[in-house]
Design a protein around this ligand. Structure first.
Ligand code: FES
Length: 128
């Protein structure tokens, strides 16, 4: 099935899931452009992987192991996210971004219905 993803710059075609299992995440990139991307709730993706699947640039050097902080984001909406693990908190602290309100690792936020409409700002560490 083909899914359309709209952003301020692009119209993307995504082919991996039916519409009923998709949520929307609003991602503001480092150029302050907001992209509304679709993410599947039934594939075990995290937010970093959803961003990659939507072809937005993100460093994410460690590939989702909570070992690099290059998937850092600032959560802007009031969604109730699961508490940080000790590994996530330690990584954010080591990267000097733990003290930024709403700071999280995108690879540690898993896609579910509970985060539909999530608004995030990509952190400076995500850039090349
Ligand atoms: S991708 Fe490295 S910490 Fe998330």
């Amino acid at each position: 099935m083909l899914i359309l993803s709209l952003s301020n710059r692009n119209l993307n075609l995504i082919t991996f899931a039916p519409v009923e299992n998709m949520i929307t995440i609003h991602v503001t990139d480092l150029d302050r452009v907001t992209h509304s991307i679709l993410a599947p709730t039934d594939m075990g993706f995290n937010v970093m992987e959803a961003i990659r699947a939507n072809e937005l640039p993100i460093k994410a050097t460690c590939g989702g192991m909570a070992m690099c902080a290059t998937c850092n984001c600032i959560v802007k909406s009031d969604h109730h996210l699961p508490e940080m693990s000790e590994d996530e908190e330690a990584m954010l602290d080591e990267a000097f971004v733990l003290n930024i309100p709403g700071s999280r690792l995108m690879c540690q936020i898993f896609i579910s219905e509970a985060i539909d409409g999530l608004e995030i700002q990509m952190g400076e560490l995500t850039g090349e």
